[in-house]
Design a protein around this ligand. Structure first.
Ligand SMILES: Cc1cc2nc3c(=O)[nH]c(=O)nc-3n(C[C@H](O)[C@H](O)[C@H](O)COP(=O)(O)OP(=O)(O)OC[C@H]3O[C@@H](n4cnc5c(N)ncnc54)[C@H](O)[C@@H]3O)c2cc1C
Length: 467
């Protein structure tokens, strides 16, 4: 039902012929994302919906929506593919759901860079780049549904981050075009460090209308799974391959036994008791990689071109957030927290963390390049029992030397992956003076952020702002 506090009918009249729907079924489905993966978010976000869904197709449409929303003081929650997993595209205070999937298409393509409208599906953007021998440096594992605007505003990294780092590393987001929520909305072009303002702020720092990303050479990748009987052996092997400057790789995802047995598509492939690394290696690096695996006692379980593996889909759909998705099909209680294990001596830190919290479940780690060396992102894949259990694991990981963000809450400060400083607050005040963008997710006054049940003692992953 339409929220009586917002003059939605007046808003709809003012936006003219911009596509709009107040069909409750469409509103319900567009007001959800993939937060259901968290047992806690399922409770905390229950029943939160928008009042109306608006689908712009041109920049003028976006400007008309922003202008009318400001005039009538109605909140806007931008949305791309709706694949976010912290519930950050769920409107907390009703209002307008701005469905950006109607605003698509490539804007420019040059060696080393590609620019697209915010609603462009990442896989489409990448396919266009690949035709010219380039691909995105990194993408989320949801690239078939996720949009480039949603990735920058709500994601953090993915396959590719073992070579190029996460989105937060300087140079990984080139340009962002945004529409402001001022009395007379403006179109701003943000470059370099200014583009970073919109990273991981859940749409609260401007409606993103275009994104330019850097690209990398597109190789005809080998996908491969290498198994070792001992977890620390596979971790050290993956760490050394991630560090090896001459080995061209795209992903290093390490899963401790028995996780491989809990992923149905891997269960018959991986030998009993073996932990694995799932990786992508450029053809020119294969001989060195395979020799190293063999010399260290690893078993190459399979090798194939992208999408042709015996597990039935691209290997990137078994790493990062997708690993948990598959495990939950065989054991729905499994959950994760987002630990960050900084370098330079990742294996030593993993040993400490595992000694402290390994009893909670098998370790899951994605390797990432950072300025301090190869780091790991992950935690034990534990069987969820209670918030207290989760808090105990967070404390244990922190005591052992990991930083932890909270993937079971839904605002920028609560999740803790993006550091915010006074210059971010000033930018937020300028672009959204009436605090209408995804309200509750990032407010200048932290006391105005939405409160959620689970406040874990988190640390920021953003090295630009100390935790
Ligand atoms: C199984 C699974 C695996 C995942 N793997 C990864 C991964 O590898 N790496 C990763 O980083 N994430 C991952 N995610 C999270 C998510 O899929 C990605 O971050 C994805 O890029 C989000 O894009 P989207 O278009 O679906 O964004 P949405 O979910 O629609 O939105 C995400 C956030 O961005 C805001 N937003 C969307 N579009 C705009 C816009 N145009 N302007 C301003 N704000 C906007 C929304 O308000 C929301 O706060 C995963 C999620 C799942 C469920």
């Amino acid at each position: 039902m339409t929220n009586p506090t917002y003059p939605v009918a007046d808003f709809m009249r003012d936006i003219g012929d911009v596509e709009v729907s107040d069909d409750p079924r469409i509103i319900r489905s567009k007001s959800r994302d993939r937060y259901g993966v968290s047992p806690l978010l399922r409770q905390m976000l229950k029943g939160k919906t928008a009042d109306v869904v608006v689908t712009p197709h041109t920049l003028d449409d976006v400007l008309a929506v922003a202008r009318a929303a400001v005039r009538h003081r109605i909140p806007i929650t931008p949305r791309g593919g709706g694949t976010a997993n912290y519930g950050q595209s769920v409107p907390l205070r009703g209002g307008i759901m701005l469905d950006m999937t109607g605003y698509t298409g490539l804007v420019s393509l040059e060696p080393g860079r590609v620019r697209a409208r915010a609603g462009t599906v990442i896989e489409d953007m990448e396919a266009a780049a690949r035709e010219t021998g380039w691909e995105l440096r990194m993408h989320p594992t949801t690239k078939k549904e996720a949009t480039i605007g949603g990735f920058v505003a709500g994601g953090s990294g993915g396959p590719g981050s073992v070579a190029y780092g996460q989105l937060q590393e300087p140079g990984n987001i080139l340009t962002a075009q945004i529409v402001t929520m001022e009395d007379e909305p403006r179109v701003l072009e943000l470059e370099g460090p200014e583009a970073f303002r919109v990273y991981h702020t859940y749409g609260a720092t401007g409606i993103v209308t275009e994104i330019e990303m850097p690209t990398a050479p597109a190789w005809d990748w080998w996908e491969t799974i290498v198994a070792f009987p001992d977890y620390m052996d596979v971790l050290r092997f993956a760490f050394d391959m991630a560090n090896a400057p001459g080995i061209v790789k795209k992903v290093m995802s390490v899963q401790e036994w028995p996780t491989p047995s809990r992923i149905a598509a891997f269960a018959d492939l991986v030998p009993d008791g073996h932990s694995i690394v799932s990786t992508m290696i450029a053809p020119q690096s294969w001989a060195e990689f395979a020799a190293a695996a063999e010399a260290r006692g690893g078993v190459i379980v399979c090798r194939s071109k992208v999408g042709e593996g015996p597990y039935g889909r691209p290997l990137t759909e078994f790493v990062f957030g997708h690993a948990l998705l598959h495990v939950r099909k065989t054991d729905p209680r499994r959950s994760l927290i987002e630990g960050f294990l900084p370098g330079p001596d990742l294996p030593a830190l993993v040993e400490k963390v595992r000694a402290r919290v390994g009893s909670f479940g098998p370790m899951r780690l994605e390797l990432l390049r950072t300025p301090e060396g190869i780091a790991g992102a992950g935690s034990p894949m534990f069987a969820f029992e209670s918030q207290e259990q989760m808090a105990e694991m967070v404390r244990g990981m922190q005591e052992a030397g990991a930083r932890v963000s909270n993937s079971h809450t839904s605002n920028v400060r609560g999740v803790g992956k993006k550091g915010l400083d006074a210059s971010d607050d000033a930018f937020k005040r300028m672009v959204d003076p009436y605090s209408l963008l995804n309200p509750g997710r990032y407010e200048v006054d932290p006391a105005s952020d939405e409160k959620f049940d689970l406040e874990l003692p988190t640390n920021t992953w953003d090295e630009r702002v100390a935790s």
